[in-house]
Write a protein that binds this ligand. Structure first.
Ligand code: AOF
Ligand code: ZN
Length: 328
């Protein structure tokens, strides 16, 4: 964060002679690693890259220069870079240098992968992913047990990879109080923890909760007393609306936010039109009474929010359904 995940492959004939990806902000871009691998075999080759090559001096020099110097003949770009410092200039520079450039190959897949980066640079706020696991009858928790496991091991492992991939993971004060979630990435070698974000309008959460660790963020109302949190080293964002809260998280370079509950937080985001993507696990269990994932006030079917670009996958005994509520 806040840079995009980008991959590049250099292909000579039908052989991949160089592979690269951008590991983190401050380190070289994908193209540079791929061109290093290809060496002299880049001459006359085709470079495939998931994001338009940059044409500006950021933390690193422009990739257009590296590509032109390498002698590649053709560049295939999945998606243009919405960064105002690039925005088509990268493609133009390559074409001006006589390189054949194709744009828009596997664009949907690439933009979905880059959703956080694109959201932050275009809207100034993170891409918001709502996630929950429910039984076949649509319950996320049993009446007498707040945090019993709904989904199976394979599904839970998948959800852990999201805590590694997204920049931040958020819960409301109700979930913090009832479940005391650790919000860490477990069981993943080389994984990193997303920043923990707690939405607590009154700032009354216990500082003993596991979610508070270095880098954790408290989002609260403008008039809340936050001195104890600040003294404990928690980053505080004080705003009156959820939209402003997201902009505040964007200022912290948080480009993607995984909403992990509970129903109050999810519904507040959904009702404000601020959920961009939904990922739901459905476990083949029948519970009966229990907690619904949402408390939204829709009364008729036409008021339901309908997902686009829906994917369905089975994970062990569970089903994962994902879809988008906004355009990338
Ligand atoms: C590329 N290839 O692999 C990536 C790009 O501060 P810098 O130098 O790292 O530049 C960051 C910007 O460069 C970022 O905002 C985005 O526009 C672009 N990222 N571009 O050609 C890459 N990661
Ligand atoms: Zn670059």
């Amino acid at each position: 964060m806040p840079n995009p995940p980008v991959g590049c492959v250099i292909v000579q004939g039908d052989e991949a002679v160089g592979l690269g990806f951008h590991p983190r902000a401050g380190e070289p871009h994908a193209e540079v690693f791929a061109l290093r691998g290809a060496g002299a075999r880049a001459r006359g080759a085709t470079a495939y890259v998931t994001l338009e090559p940059c044409h500006h001096h950021g933390r690193t020099p422009p990739c257009t220069e590296a590509l032109i110097t390498s002698g590649v003949r053709r560049v295939v770009v999945a998606a243009l870079d919405p960064n105002p410092a690039v925005a088509g200039r990268g493609v133009q520079a390559l074409r001006d240098a006589g390189i054949n450039v194709a744009v828009g190959v596997l664009e949907t897949q690439a933009t979905r992968q880059q959703a956080g980066f694109r959201s932050l640079i275009v809207r100034g706020r993170p891409w918001v992913v709502a996630k929950y696991a429910m039984t076949l009858d649509g319950k996320v928790a049993a009446p007498d047990e707040g945090n019993g496991q709904v989904s199976g091991e394979v599904a839970r492992a998948r959800a852990m990879t999201w805590r590694n991939e997204l920049d931040a993971v958020a819960v409301g004060s109700g979930t913090l109080h009832s479940d005391d979630p650790a919000l860490t990435t477990r069981g993943l070698s080389g994984g990193r923890d997303a920043r923990a974000v707690v939405f607590d309008r009154r700032a009354r959460s216990s500082l003993q909760a596991h979610a508070w660790r270095p880098g954790s963020v408290l989002v609260t109302a403008p008039d809340a007393n936050t001195s104890a949190f600040e003294a404990a080293g928690v980053t505080v964002v004080q705003t009156a609306t959820l939209l402003d809260a997201l902009t505040g998280l964007g200022r912290l370079d948080i480009s993607s936010l995984l909403l992990e509950g509970g129903p109050g937080l999810l519904s507040a985001f959904l009702d404000a039109g601020l959920v961009d993507e939904v990922r739901v696990f459905i476990a083949p269990k029948l519970l009966g009474l229990g907690l619904s994932p949402l408390t939204s006030p829709a009364r008729r079917m036409h008021e339901a929010q309908e997902l686009r670009d829906v994917t369905v996958e089975t994970l062990g005994p569970d089903v994962l359904v994902t879809g988008l509520l906004s355009d990338i």
